[in-house]
Design a protein. Structure first.
Length: 220
C-alpha cells in the first residue's frame, strides 16, 4: 500500500501492460514500423495512446487538435475513438513521417476525420483562431518541439471551449526537469511551463506519471 505515486519497476510495468493494454493490431503494426525509425523515441507509449482514446470517449470529443503528429500513432488512437463526424486537425512539419501516418489512417478508415497541415504549428493554430474563432475545440494534444510548448499551450487554450482539455506530453522529460544540473533549452522550457501551469488560474491541472509525464489541463 502506498499513499504516493508508485515507481514502476519492469515487472510492474509489464503487469500493467499485460492487464490493461488492448492495442489493436493496426496500431501495433504502426508502432513496429516506427520502431525502425532513428527517431522512434518520439512516439508515445501504447498505454498512453489507450489513455488518450479513453479520454476522447469520456469527454465526448468531436473537435480536436494535435500539435506534433510524427508517424501518426496518437492521431490514429484519437481518430479511432472519435465519432464518424469527428474532426482532428493535425499539425506537423514533416512530409516523410506524416506519409507513414496517412497510410495507416487510410487503412483504418479514419482519414476522413483527419485534416493534416504541414506547416509550423503556430501558423496553423493562428489561422484556426481566425477562421473558426476561439472556444471551438474540445481537446488538444501537444507533443512537438519543447521550446515552443508555451506558445502552443497559449494558442490551444484560446481555441479550446471552457471545459475543454489539453494534454501536454513529456512534462517529466525523463526526469531531467527535476535535475538542476540539466540546463539545456528543452529542459528549461518544460520546467518554465511546469512552473507556470502550477499557478495558472485559467485552468485545472493534473500532472500524471504516465509514460514520460503528461499534464492534463482543463480550461475553466
Ligand atoms: Ca512525446
Amino acid at each position: 500500500m502506498s499513499n504516493r505515486t508508485l515507481t514502476l519497476n519492469d515487472e510492474l510495468y509489464q503487469y500493467l501492460c499485460d492487464h490493461s493494454l488492448r492495442e489493436p493490431e493496426l496500431l501495433a503494426s504502426l508502432r513496429e514500423e516506427t520502431a525502425r525509425d532513428p527517431m522512434a523515441r518520439m512516439q508515445i507509449a501504447p498505454e498512453q495512446g489507450q489513455f488518450i482514446a479513453l479520454l476522447i470517449k469520456m469527454l465526448g470529443v468531436r473537435n480536436a487538435i494535435e500539435v506534433g503528429t510524427f508517424t501518426g500513432y496518437s492521431a490514429l488512437c484519437m481518430a479511432l475513438a472519435m465519432p464518424r463526424d469527428g474532426r482532428l486537425v493535425c499539425c506537423d512539419i514533416s512530409e516523410s513521417w506524416t506519409q507513414v501516418a496517412r497510410r495507416y489512417w487510410q487503412t483504418a478508415g479514419v482519414d476522413h476525420k483527419i485534416q493534416l497541415h504541414i506547416a509550423h504549428a503556430q501558423a496553423t493554430l493562428e489561422r484556426l483562431l481566425k477562421t473558426e474563432g476561439a472556444r471551438t475545440f474540445d481537446f488538444a494534444f501537444i507533443d512537438a518541439d519543447k521550446e515552443n510548448y508555451d506558445s502552443y499551450y497559449e494558442l490551444c487554450l484560446r481555441l479550446l471551449r471552457p471545459g475543454g482539455v489539453i494534454m501536454l506530453d513529456n512534462m517529466l522529460w525523463g526526469g531531467r526537469v527535476a535535475d538542476v544540473a540539466t540546463q539545456d533549452a528543452d529542459t528549461r522550457a518544460l520546467r518554465a511551463l511546469n512552473n507556470k501551469l502550477k499557478d495558472d488560474v485559467r485552468v485545472d491541472i493534473s500532472l500524471l506519471p504516465v509514460a514520460d509525464g503528461i499534464t492534463l489541463v482543463r480550461k475553466r
